[in-house]
Structures are given as structure tokens and as C-alpha cells.
Design a protein around this ligand. Structure first.
Ligand SMILES: *[C@@H]1O[C@H](CO)[C@@H](O)[C@H](O)[C@H]1NC(C)=O
Ligand SMILES: *[C@@H]1O[C@H](CO)[C@@H](O)[C@H](O)[C@H]1NC(C)=O
Ligand SMILES: *[C@@H]1O[C@H](CO)[C@@H](O)[C@H](O)[C@H]1NC(C)=O
Ligand SMILES: [Mg+2]
Length: 379
């Protein structure tokens, strides 16, 4: 962002501002959700995963803002949510909440240095904006990739979640932006908050979460505190560069993994940890905040081993992977091959799992341990 001639600097600039906008939206919805115990705002999708008013509202807002900033209706956006559930007659209450959350957020656009709509959007336009994100990506051209709320379970529990926005250019992740509303910029904040206590109640009211962003090939990644529309917009000035940890001794390394056993085999990763000589207890964290923790140097290792047959989606990884890489780290599948974002909505060909590390030395050890352990397990 420091040089306007750099490729995709406009895209990055807009993406960062839009993510700040929707972080505010999510914070408001999360507060309401936790204070009113408003189960009205949560729906089950067909696969039993949760989706909230925030997921749809963020997707509609980002879709509308990107379309406005970059050439109208035919930009390609790959995103998690569709309009099926929200379009059903039983969902009219949710749709109403989404429409008002979207309009409230879009009305703030000028305060973030962006252009909002001239008049409030109606339900049809909001559904259209959500539905426009139906691209399936691929190897050619530019595709935006969005997980409107990553870690919905963390979100509804008042814990960690992330808004993840990336852009893939000819099959490679070119920019990545991660909004982490419950991850304060202060050092060690994740370790402090993740010891089984709900984040919201622990965060002091003056602490802000962060937005992290990067551009491929810059060799740099940045972090800023969340900026609210009522503050002066100081996107550039408030940013500082972040870097991975320099710890390469397994005995001192911290490793992160998903909170839920259904998302990653905890006993397999415990075996790896033991083989490699990791001493600390795993840090179990919801959402792509795990990648953020590696990029910021608060943890050294992130391992995820999903059940056999599970296909990882690009929106769950694109922004986080680029952040770790540009901050100096390394991310591959469990066989040591870089992740392939060029093959549609899934990370096709992924070997067993995902390993992100602060440096090559730790990474090599983990991959070796995976090979050694695999024979004896039946994942
Ligand atoms: C939008 O559509 C036009 C005409 O079909 C095409 O030339 C252009 O490349 C498209 N833009 C994007 C971003 O897909
Ligand atoms: C994707 O959405 C656009 C705009 O809403 C629509 O015209 C198109 O038919 C949709 N494509 C698919 C594959 O559903
Ligand atoms: C998890 O990994 C262990 C080996 O560490 C294996 O025995 C077990 O079957 C795996 N669980 C699942 C659900 O795949
Ligand atoms: Mg999601």
C-alpha cells in the first residue's frame, strides 16, 4: 500500500477498507447475539453448520462494495454463502435483519473513504449481491475469494472469528486481508484469551481487534487496529509490519489447531507434536485467526488434519496462507507441496492436511513426522 504503482494496490486498498467496514458490522451483530440470546439470528444450513445474519450481511456488503469499485456486475467472487435458505418464506425475519444490517454498514462507506449507494438497497438487491458471489474460481483471471464469517461457531460463542478476503490472479493468491475483531493488536493477546475463557468478556472495552493484510511478492504483511467510522481514518498511519516468530526450537514452539475434533484429528497432531518434541499444550483457536497468529509471531506451527474425504475450500485458506508466506513463514499440505488455489472452490489434490510454520526448519521436522506417523494411523 505504500506505493500506488504496485500491482493490485487499488484492489488491496479497497479490500482493506471494506474489511474494516464489515468488521464493525460483525461486532454489532455479535453483541446483539450475545446480549439478547437472539436465536432468531442463527439458522442451520443443510449440512448443519451455522449461518448467522452476519454471514449473509457481510457477503452482501462486500459483494456490493467490490462490484461498485471494480467494474460492475461481472467481477468474479467466490464466497461461502448462497441465498437458498435466506430466500425461503420462513426466513423473512432474517432477511429483514440482513437488509437493515447491510444498509447500516453501507451508509458508513464514505467514512471509510469509499462510495456507498445513493439510496438504501431493497431485499431483492441484497439477495442479488449475495447471489452474485457464485463464481467457482479457476486458473485464469482474477477471482475474489470471501469467507464472510470464518469460524461461525467461535462467532456465536463470543470467541475468535475472522472475515477473510483474498484475490486470486491466474491461480495464485495475489492479495489477502484478514479481519480479526476479537484479536487485539497487543502482543500475546491470543494466548491470554484462548485459555478457555470467552474472549468478549475478557477484552477490555478499550481494546480493538485487528485487520491484517498483504500483497504477494511484497515480502511484507501489515496489521492495524480496527478502525471505526467514528474515528479519523488513518489506514496508512496506523499500520505496522508484522513478522513470523524466529523461534525454531520445537521445545519452545507454540502450535495451533482447530478447536473441534471434527475439523482436525487431535490425537494425530498430538502424536506429531510428541515426535517433533513440542512441549507446550496445543493452542486451540477458532477460524483463520490461527494463520494470523503465525503471521504475527504469536505461534510457530499450525496443523490441520481433516477426516479422510473432506475437501478444504479456498475461502478457508487463501487470505491466511498469503499472510503467513509474506510475513516470512511457509505453508504446504502435509506432503510438503504448496496449496493449489487454481482448481476451483476446493483445494484439489491436497495431501492429508495442512501445515503452516514460521520457518523451514520446523516445517521440515513436521513433514518428516507426518510421513513417519502416517503408516501407523488409519486416517
Ligand atoms: C466483464 O465482461 C466483459 C465483457 O464480457 C469482459 O471483457 C471482461 O473481461 C469482464 N470482466 C471481468 C472482470 O470478468
Ligand atoms: C450467478 O449469478 C448471476 C447473477 O446473479 C446469474 O446471472 C448466474 O446465472 C449465476 N450463475 C450460476 C452458475 O448460478
Ligand atoms: C486420528 O488419528 C489416529 C492416529 O493418531 C487414528 O488412530 C484415528 O483413527 C484417527 N481418527 C480419525 C477419526 O480419523
Ligand atoms: Mg464462513
Amino acid at each position: 500500500m505504500e506505493n500506488d504503482n504496485d500491482e493490485f494496490s487499488k484492489e488491496l486498498n479497497v479490500a482493506v477498507r471494506v474489511v474494516h467496514m464489515v468488521c464493525s458490522l460483525c461486532q454489532k451483530v455479535q453483541k446483539q447475539l450475545l446480549s439478547s440470546n437472539n436465536s432468531n439470528q442463527i439458522k442451520s444450513k443443510d449440512d448443519d453448520s451455522l449461518v448467522t445474519v452476519a454471514d449473509w450481511s457481510v457477503q452482501a456488503t462486500v459483494s456490493w462494495m467490490l462490484s461498485e469499485a471494480f467494474g460492475g456486475q461481472n467481477i468474479s467472487i467466490v464466497a461461502e454463502e448462497d441465498v437458498q435458505t435466506l430466500s425461503e418464506p420462513e426466513s423473512s425475519a432474517q432477511l429483514g435483519m440482513v437488509v437493515s444490517a447491510v444498509n447500516e454498514c453501507l451508509a458508513e462507506a464514505p467514512k471509510f473513504g469509499l462510495k456507498g449507494p445513493n439510496e438504501a438497497l431493497g431485499a431483492t438487491q441484497v439477495l442479488e449481491a449475495i447471489n452474485r458471489c457464485n463464481s467457482t474460481g479457476g486458473p485464469v483471471g482474477q477471482h475474489w475469494v470471501l469467507d464472510p464469517v470464518d469460524g461461525t461457531l467461535g462467532f456465536v460463542r463470543g470467541d475468535q472469528y475472522a472475515i477473510a478476503l483474498a484475490m486470486i490472479d491466474d491461480g495464485e493468491v495475489a492479495i489477502g486481508v484478514l479481519g480479526c475483531p476479537n484479536y487485539p493488536v497487543r502482543d500475546d493477546s491470543l494466548i491470554k484469551y484462548s485459555q478457555q475463557c470467552p474472549v468478549m468478556s475478557e477484552m477490555s472495552s478499550r481494546e480493538e481487534g485487528c485487520v491484517m493484510y498483504t500483497r504477494k511478492g511484497s515480502g511484507k504483511a501489515w496489521m492495524q487496529p480496527l478502525i471505526h467510522s467514528d474515528k479519523r481514518l488513518e489506514l496508512q498511519n496506523s499500520a505496522r509490519t508484522i513478522h513470523v516468530s524466529s523461534i525454531d526450537d520445537p521445545a519452545l514452539a507454540t502450535f495451533c489447531e482447530p478447536v473441534e475434533k471434527t475439523n482436525s484429528n487431535h490425537s494425530f497432531s498430538a502424536g506429531i507434536a510428541n515426535t517433533v518434541g513440542l512441549r507446550k499444550q496445543p493452542l486451540r483457536v477458532y477460524s483463520m485467526v490461527k494463520y494470523a497468529a503465525i503471521a504475527r509471531g504469536e505461534a510457530e506451527i499450525y496443523m490441520k488434519f481433516a477426516r479422510a474425504g473432506y475437501k478444504e475450500k479456498i475461502w478457508d485458506h487463501a487470505a491466511g496462507v498469503l499472510l503467513v508466506q509474506e510475513a516470512g513463514g511457509v505453508v504446504t499440505d502435509a506432503g510438503g507441496t504448496p496449496l493449489d488455489f487454481s482448481r476451483g472452490i476446493y483445494l484439489e489434490g491436497l495431501d492429508r492436511g495442512i501445515v503452516a510454520c514460521s520457518g523451514l526448519k520446523l516445517h521440515e521436522k513436521i513433514i518428516e513426522a507426518v510421513y513417519a506417523s502416517w503408516e501407523s494411523s488409519n486416517l
